[in-house]
Design a protein around this ligand. Structure first.
Ligand code: FES
Length: 101
């Protein structure tokens, strides 16, 4: 288990290690309509990992390729569907339309 904090609301959830960040977010109630089913091709799951970047899985080439096509990405950008949670706490900022969560 690990801890997932979602910003800007600051809500914290206990989630399983070894699952995707996308699954953890959906389980936490984030309303996210993915168009690709978690295959790094729609970009709908773009988030910023503010803390805990070293505990999650590394960026894949497919993820990097998709991130390069999105507007508003930064050094903390990840596709939640490609991130596998580790054992340390993670803080994730939800951008744009998701930030109302
Ligand atoms: S769900 Fe489509 S890119 Fe992550």
């Amino acid at each position: 288990m690990t801890t997932l904090t979602l910003l800007p609301a600051g809500k914290t959830f206990e989630v399983a290690s070894g699952i995707s960040l996308l699954k953890a977010m959906l389980d936490a109630g984030v309303q996210l309509a993915t168009k690709c089913g978690g295959n790094a091709s729609c970009g709908a799951c773009h988030v910023f990992i503010q803390e805990g970047r070293k505990t999650v899985s590394r960026t894949t080439p497919a993820e990097n390729a998709k991130l390069d096509t999105l507007v508003g990405v930064g050094s903390k950008s990840r596709l939640a569907c490609q991130v596998v949670l580790g054992t340390e706490p993670v803080t994730v900022e939800l951008p744009g339309a998701l930030s109302g969560y």
